[in-house]
Write a protein that binds this ligand. Structure first.
Ligand code: API
Length: 276
């Protein structure tokens, strides 16, 4: 199968974006892994597919695959790149675009300075909906790894996240703890693991070990989950600058059932064709 694609990124979290409206796309998990491979394929953290919507009330369907071939519910940086992609390809002229993922419906707003503002919906905090195994909902939970015990927050932005508070994101033990917590038995569907350093009530440093992709230069849903976790622990105010290794996002959350809103840049690096 020969596929046209666009190589994009949101703060270095990179994507192979494929228009499945103008071309027939059938991707097995094996083909996704091959596409995402940085030696034998194009190379990316996630493969994103643009489809015709099944729901008449939305503009597009948006499928998300991690580099390991797993299909997942949400991708924040990918949503921003999606908005840029469909407008540049003239698949829509709208600046407010409704997209449907397996996690539900998101509204993407393209601002006039090329940043994209995404309504990421309300965070999900009920343990069995995250899913996270706990007797009751709490701002944070004890979690054990062998002889070590950590305090972790559990938040879903459609996809599951665990968030740890650390003194320094730069010195956090991401390589050691990320892979172990990603598959911890408390997260039945595995989880993206964020390492959050609080600089002030309006700024954090964050690194994320992503489910199915490893540590990425940025994670949109991870930034949202970290701000929610920080607010639940009364460490952050409602508008936060989240500094990730690849750059910064603005995350806003008024609390409760209100939406988390993410604003940040997107970039298209090149377009190409690949035989897969
Ligand atoms: N690895 C994530 C999906 C991509 C999330 C991230 N790239 C973002 O920008 O939100 C998961 O398995 O839930």
């Amino acid at each position: 199968m020969r596929l046209r694609f666009s190589k994009m990124h949101g703060l270095g979290n990179d994507f192979v974006m494929i228009d499945a409206i103008s071309q027939k796309v059938r991707l097995s998990p094996e083909k996704v892994r091959k596409l995402a491979d940085r030696r034998f394929g194009v190379g990316c953290d996630q493969v994103l597919i643009v489809e015709e919507p099944s729901n008449p009330d939305v503009d597009f369907r948006y499928r998300i695959y991690n580099a390991d071939g797993s299909e997942v519910e949400n991708c924040g940086n990918g949503a921003r790149c999606f908005a840029t992609f469909v407008r540049e390809r003239k698949l829509t002229g709208k600046s407010s675009i409704k997209v449907e993922t397996s996690a539900g419906i998101m509204e993407l707003h393209v601002t006039n300075n090329d940043d994209v503002r995404v309504d990421m919906g309300a965070p999900i905090l009920t343990p069995d909906q995250i899913p996270f195994i706990a007797p009751a909902q709490a701002p944070c939970y004890p979690i054990t790894l062998g002889s070590e015990t950590f305090t972790i927050s559990a938040v879903s932005m459609g996809n599951p996240h665990g968030v740890l508070l650390v003194d320094s994101a730069a010195n956090a033990e991401v390589e050691r703890l990320g892979p172990l917590l990603e598959v911890h038995s408390s997260f039945p569907n595995k989880a993206n693991i964020g390492f959050m350093e609080v600089l002030s009530r309006s700024e954090i440093n964050l690194r994320v070990f992503e489910r199915g992709a490893g540590e990425t230069l940025a994670c949109g849903t991870g930034a949202c989950a970290a701000v929610v976790a920080g607010r639940l622990r009364d460490l952050l105010d409602s508008s936060v600058t989240v500094n990730l290794p690849g750059g910064s996002l603005i995350i806003e959350w008024a609390g409760g059932a209100s939406s988390v809103v993410m604003t940040g840049p997107t970039a298209q690096v090149f377009q190409g064709q690949v035989k897969i």
